[in-house]
Ligand binder design. Structure first.
Ligand code: HEC
Ligand code: HEC
Ligand code: HEC
Length: 132
């Protein structure tokens, strides 16, 4: 006859060892991506600044893009005045992607990490170079 108790303990230890690394890693974020700023247009900027501060952009770029779209499509206003008084044309392709022409190393690096898939690219082009 086998010793049922020992087998169960054995299985429990085996499962425990097997699962331990999974639980152990669960609380830890995997390496945060570092979105690359190395594009021809950004490299030529005197001041390496986005349309708003990097902190603001990190937290609010989705809302900002929504505002831009609504402003252009509903109000026909396509000039955005930044909090520092600089003016930008409100365009995903011609403004954001003009500077951030490296969509894969920039936008996608974060979105893949955060598991978000903006549906914009079925209509909007990824870079100015590729636009008509
Ligand atoms: C004039 C060039 C330029 C334009 C136009 C521009 N960006 Fe940026 N963007 C930058 C630079 C330079 C930085 C880094 C700023 C810093 O580190 O202070 C940046 C930073 C960011 C960040 C934060 C990245 C991080 O490391 O957390 C996001 C998100 C972003 N931009 C999205 C956008 C979006 C969306 C648009 C269009 C609405 C846009 N940018 C338009 C140049 C630009
Ligand atoms: C620093 C990391 C980071 C960078 C760089 C970044 N994003 Fe995002 N983006 C996010 C995160 C995180 C979300 C999801 C946020 C949320 O749902 O609150 C998001 C959401 C979005 C959304 C809304 C998607 C949805 O389905 O709700 C759009 C649109 C978007 N990003 C566009 C861009 C574009 C365009 C660029 C490049 C110019 C860019 N993002 C660069 C982190 C980033
Ligand atoms: C079904 C097609 C479609 C999708 C998907 C789409 N757009 Fe658009 N978008 C348009 C059209 C058409 C215009 C108006 C034409 C123009 O001005 O370029 C526009 C205009 C805009 C504008 C203002 C003008 C410009 O050239 O950028 C912004 C900003 C914008 N969209 C952002 C977004 C974002 C962000 C997403 C994804 C979250 C998105 N759009 C998804 C079709 C689309």
């Amino acid at each position: 006859m086998y010793n049922g108790g020992k087998i169960i303990v054995g299985i429990a230890i085996f499962v425990g060892l097997f699962v331990f690394p999974i639980f152990y890693n669960m609380g830890k974020p995997s390496a945060m991506p570092e979105p690359k700023l190395d594009t021809p247009v950004i490299n030529q900027l005197d001041e390496k600044r986005c349309v708003e501060s990097a902190d603001y952009m990190r937290a609010n770029h989705m809302q900002l893009l929504d505002e831009w779209r609504d402003s252009v499509l509903r109000d026909g206003n396509f000039v955005y005045e930044s909090s520092n008084g600089k003016k930008y044309v409100m365009s995903l392709q011609n403004t954001c992607m003009h500077c951030h022409s490296n969509k894969k190393e920039f936008c996608d690096s974060c979105h893949t990490y955060a598991n978000v898939k903006p549906y914009c690219w079925s209509c909007h082009l990824e870079s100015k170079e590729k636009a008509l």
